[in-house]
Design a protein around this ligand. Structure first.
Ligand code: C2E
Ligand code: MG
Ligand code: MG
Ligand code: MG
Length: 282
């Protein structure tokens, strides 16, 4: 009997291991060819200055146009990209798509247009990111663009000589560092000092409860107060209603972003959109 159990267990282990390897390898292969074949597309969503309602910039969000499965959202493939080390290549294709699209408007862009990218921890482990940002600015043919490096507080980035140097060099390129998903990750306030964070992106879970849940609203108010006390900017994510927009404006949140203004759309469509066209110089 014990022998049978051992045999049975090893068969299960064998089958599971193979299933696992096949699927992870498969995901790696699929994603790698998607990147190579241009199926990973840059989408863009506007960021709006609360006080004026003007466009301050855009955030780039990845989408996978899968030939069989259609449009795939990043929640299903970013983690695979991170686990397989493909995330750097993936981000580089986004940098390139956005830079070449914006280059067509290089002479007409408003000064200090913010262009934000979500950057994974893996990408912050070397100075490659600085090279990628420099390349972006050259390809976009516009020196006044402010790159925004969004690092999520869900992934802890260690304070080392390397990361300190990285963020210093990014700042020298006039880039801003934003701490994404603030309030639902580690809420590591020492980041504000250690990485000289320029602004917090307040997670949409707090914004969505304005007017309905008192505790969430109090937390939101406190986060806004932290940004003001530390003299850093703030961006509210997931703004969906006029009520929320007005409340955030009144509270002095710097930027707003959400379906109330515009959902993310393909970067080629974004540059045609009236919201973007309106801010171009003639
Ligand atoms: P995020 O950086 O916090 O991006 C905001 C997410 O909220 C986006 O989801 C956006 O479509 C969504 N959103 C914007 N406005 C609203 C709204 O009014 N209501 C609601 N309910 N949602 C709104 P998306 O595009 O699915 O991206 C999800 C996450 O995937 C991003 O969260 C980011 O963490 C990650 N991600 C996306 N693109 C990339 C990328 O290129 N690289 C990396 N490393 N991560 C990425
Ligand atoms: Mg983000
Ligand atoms: Mg976020
Ligand atoms: Mg989020």
């Amino acid at each position: 009997i014990p022998l049978l159990i051992v045999l049975f267990a090893s068969i299960i282990a064998y089958v599971l291991t193979h299933w696992f390897i096949r699927n992870v390898a498969n995901a790696y292969y699929e994603l790698q060819s998607a990147i190579k074949n241009g199926h990973i597309k840059a989408y863009a969503q506007p960021l709006i200055y609360s006080h004026s309602g003007q466009l301050s910039g855009l955030e780039i969000l990845a989408r996978w146009h899968h030939p069989k499965f259609g449009l795939i959202n990043p929640d299903t493939f970013i983690q695979v990209a991170e686990e397989t080390g493909l995330i750097i290549q993936l981000t580089q294709t986004l940098f390139k798509q956005v830079a070449t699209t914006l280059a067509d408007y290089a002479d007409r862009l408003p000064d200090q247009l913010h262009v934000g990218f979500n950057i994974s921890r893996e990408h912050c482990k070397s100075l490659q990111l600085v090279e990628d940002c420099k390349k972006f600015l050259v390809q976009a043919k516009n020196k006044t663009i402010i790159l925004v490096i969004e690092i999520t507080e869900r992934q802890l980035i260690e304070v080392t000589d390397m990361t300190t140097k990285l963020f210093k060099e990014l700042h020298e390129l006039n880039a801003k560092i934003a701490l994404d998903d603030f309030g639902v990750g580690n809420s590591n306030l020492s980041y504000l000092n250690n990485f000289a964070i320029d602004y917090l992106k307040i997670d949409r879970s707090f914004v969505g409860h304005i007017g309905s849940d008192a505790l969430s609203k109090n937390i939101l108010d406190s986060i806004i107060e932290i940004t003001q006390a530390c003299n850093i900017e703030s961006c509210a994510e997931g703004v969906e209603t006029e009520e929320q927009a007005l409340y955030l404006k009144e509270k002095g949140v710097t930027y707003q972003q959400g379906y109330y203004y515009l959902e993310p759309i393909a970067i080629e469509d974004f540059v045609q959109h009236p919201m973007f066209q309106k801010c171009l110089r003639p």
